[in-house]
Design a protein around this ligand. Structure first.
Ligand code: SF4
Ligand code: SF4
Length: 301
């Protein structure tokens, strides 16, 4: 039985596709977006979480760590990530539940057990399951097995993707997907690389391919002041989407900094310290600008 690494399963989601949904978050992502809300999802393996506000400073974790990669610092317990082997000993020893390993191996059957719990809600609300991440195609065979299993149970399937995937794999995934939530971020290749760590050529070609195949798509665009909200980028995005072989609606997702605390919890640098969420008028301006291309544009998921 196929298995993969899952870092969260969220029930009663209403922002990841139509109706009431269960969102399954798979670990691993080839991008490293500066605004990522799930930075713990980027590595394929488990990620160590430290909640400083819960730590009582007892030192139990330091005593049990086999790699001696923990030390006391001004910000509480500091982890030398280069030496951590994710054994989980510190999490088990912590009396305050301040330490946790995020990401666990689950079989398809086990994930389907969780999904099946809310089948009644899916039927009543026109909902289903959304596979997100990370980038769900980073675990393509696991994703395909989950999509097939949902198909057998006649559960609506959405895939939330960055689009950075092997085209052949993406084509196979499309055969078992009812809706793609497809992220578009920045049109300029250099700027895209600067803020996400990768080029966007393949992402754009894959979107064209899916549109040509007739896949059902919703484009999702994060709106981040100072990064992709300038008129030039919005016009390029609008022109690109309007020229796709089949029309698809656009959801704008205004940036917020709710995930900021996660970065320190996971011992990761937060790069958008100086960026504030967009004003309502700026978001409305982006909506109007994209509508000029004849697109159906809304805010949120
Ligand atoms: S997970 Fe293991 S190696 Fe990493 S800090 Fe905890 S005890 Fe040390
Ligand atoms: S074991 Fe937990 S509470 Fe104790 S110092 Fe380590 S992280 Fe803090």
């Amino acid at each position: 039985m196929e298995s993969g690494i899952v870092f969260d399963i969220r029930r009663y989601s209403i922002h990841d596709g139509p109706g009431i949904r269960t969102t399954v978050f798979l670990k691993g992502c080839p991008l490293a977006c500066a605004w990522c809300h799930n930075p713990e999802s980027q590595s394929i393996g488990p990620a160590g979480l430290y909640r400083r506000d819960r730590c009582i400073g007892c030192g139990e974790c330091l005593a049990v760590c086999p790699e001696q990669c923990l030390s006391r610092g001004e910000e509480g317990i500091v982890t030398d990530a280069s030496r951590c082997v994710h054994c989980g000993a510190c999490c088990g020893a912590c009396p305050a539940e301040a330490r946790e390993l995020v990401g666990r191996s689950m079989s398809v059957a086990r994930v389907m057990e969780e999904i099946a719990k809310d089948e009644t809600f899916y039927d009543e609300s026109g909902g289903g399951v959304t596979f997100s991440g990370g980038e769900p195609l980073a675990q393509a065979e696991f994703l395909l097995a989950l999509l097939r299993a949902c198909g057998h149970s006649e559960i609506h399937r959405a895939v939330d993707t960055s689009g950075l995937a092997d085209p052949e794999l993406l084509g196979r995934v499309a055969e078992h997907t009812d809706l793609f939530l497809y992220d578009l971020k920045i049109m300029d290749g250099g700027e895209h690389r600067r803020h996400t760590g990768v080029e966007n050529g393949l992402i754009l070609r894959n979107l064209q391919m899916l549109s040509k195949l007739g896949a059902r798509l919703r484009i999702r665009i994060p709106l981040i002041p100072g990064i992709n909200m300038d008129g030039c980028n919005l016009d390029e995005v609008g022109g690109f989407i309007a020229a796709l072989p089949s029309s698809c609606p656009v959801d704008l997702l205004p940036y917020h900094d709710w995930a900021k605390g996660k970065y320190s919890n996971f011992n990761l640098p937060f790069l958008l310290e100086t960026i504030a969420p967009p004003q309502e008028a700026e978001v409305e301006g982006a909506v109007q600008r994209l509508r000029r291309f004849g697109l159906e544009v809304g805010i949120g998921g």
